[in-house]
Design a protein around this ligand. Structure first.
Ligand SMILES: Cc1cc2nc3c(=O)[nH]c(=O)nc-3n(C[C@H](O)[C@H](O)[C@H](O)COP(=O)(O)OP(=O)(O)OC[C@H]3O[C@@H](n4cnc5c(N)ncnc54)[C@H](O)[C@@H]3O)c2cc1C
Length: 374
């Protein structure tokens, strides 16, 4: 099969790229995913204020209403490293959705706009021409040839990163584990974030998903695991913070471990005709692990770069594709750098001090700004 543009991965990055291309009338592209949709994605499903803003800009805010069940998260209960429990933010514009539903809804929007989607295509190898340019992907003996590839495969595919990605910086992975329960006692419209000293600068959380369901998880850098695996850390976390409420709740499905690929700044997200979007390009908040907004926006920018590259018809021009990197840096670097700074602040004695003075308007304002920036 031959196409101008191949998009690999139909998470928020790939589906948003497909939606943007199709809704601008560009049809010579294919979106593939190794899964049939809906598919499970280990994720807390927090739709941050940034994700809201982006969906509004894309004219897709209505899909949040289509995602049912879902839950508003207007308030945040914050547990500090010395067990301090505070309601830190009120009237937040955040909600949680089930990722299987959200991703399928976004994919359906792309299909409605005209995207051609092929499920059960696992890109196991990329095709290369004699000049090292990527010219498509293979799944066993099936291949799709393309002129441009948008790689939106999330944090997986170490194989591709090692072989093709120009960004050779060491990875900054956050290890995480998540599970789902019904009947867990959580106040209406509340989310909980638990900054245990062992996980700092990251945290454990409880997010409502609507329909009586919550997801509970923990995330932390590898060097905070202290020789344990993330499942052991998760079990200790459940026992330490949630044992009483869990005794009355029922688990739904298995708990899952996953990594989150983050960075403090975007560097190389284009090389040899591949545009890296979403977590495949490390675009994810290093402080909160929020990646849905980065994925959608980078997918959109990748599509814009492609549209410009084909602006004059014929073969794609190189310069607009190269400009994708600048577009991503401009869109994300100040946010990523602020998040990296917050991460360092949380990992310092200043954090305890801030919680101690958290009754002051100043620190409340700081934390609300941080959350609005998520
Ligand atoms: C436990 C956990 C909790 C999280 N909580 C939040 C949160 O509350 N809010 C938030 O904003 N972010 C959260 N994140 C981060 C968020 O899930 C990701 O940043 C986001 O999903 C990245 O989107 P993406 O489109 O880049 O990749 P993904 O959503 O991972 O999508 C990648 C797609 O590519 C497909 N794929 C992978 N490899 C191949 C291949 N070789 N061939 C074909 N298809 C392939 C996969 O099947 C998948 O559909 C969380 C992450 C984790 C792990």
């Amino acid at each position: 099969m031959k196409t101008k543009v191949l998009i690999i991965g139909a998470g928020p990055a790939g589906s948003m790229a497909a939606f943007r291309l199709a809704s601008r009338g560009f049809r010579d592209f294919v979106l593939v995913d190794r899964c049939e949709f809906p598919r499970i994605k280990p994720c807390a499903g927090g739709i941050s204020p940034s994700a809201f803003r982006f969906l509004e800009k894309a004219g897709l805010a209505h899909i949040l209403a289509d995602c049912k069940p879902s839950a508003e998260m207007k308030r945040l209960r914050f547990i500090g490293p010395r067990g301090q429990s505070l309601i830190m933010a009120d009237n937040l514009k955040a909600m949680a959705i089930n990722r299987a539903i959200f991703d399928e809804t976004l994919l359906n929007e792309a299909k409605k706009a005209g995207a051609h989607f092929i499920p059960r295509f696992t890109a196991r190898e990329l095709l290369r021409d004699g000049n090292g340019r990527i010219t498509g992907a293979m799944d066993g003996n099936r291949s799709i040839e393309s002129e441009v590839t948008i790689l939106a495969t999330g944090c997986r595919n170490k194989n591709f990163r090692d072989k093709y990605c120009a960004d050779k910086r060491p990875l900054r992975l956050i290890f995480s584990r998540i599970g789902w329960w019904k009947g867990f006692d959580l106040e209406e419209s509340m989310m909980e974030m638990i900054f245990d000293r062992d996980y700092i600068p990251h945290y454990g959380w409880v997010f409502p998903e609507g329909g009586g369901m919550v997801n509970i998880g923990v995330c932390l850098y590898e060097d905070k695991l202290n020789g344990k695996n993330v499942a052991e850390v998760f079990n200790e976390y459940l026992a330490k913070y949630h044992a009483k409420r869990l005794s009355k709740a029922t688990p739904v499905g298995r708990s899952l471990s996953f990594v989150i690929n983050t960075t403090g700044s975007v560097k190389h997200v284009y090389s040899n005709s591949i545009l890296y979007a979403g977590e495949a390009g490390r675009m994810c908040n290093p402080a909160t692990g929020e990646g849905i907004s980065f994925a959608m926006e980078s997918g959109w920018l990748a599509a814009d770069a492609v549209l410009q590259a084909y602006g004059r018809g014929g073969k794609p021009e190189e310069r607009p594709l190269e400009r994708y990197e600048e577009m991503c840096r401009k869109a994300f670097n100040s946010r990523l750098k602020r998040a990296a700074l917050v991460s360092r602040l949380i990992d310092s004695p200043a954090f305890d001090f801030m919680i101690d003075i958290s009754m002051t308007g100043f620190s409340r304002k700081m934390i609300s700004r941080f959350l609005a920036d998520m």
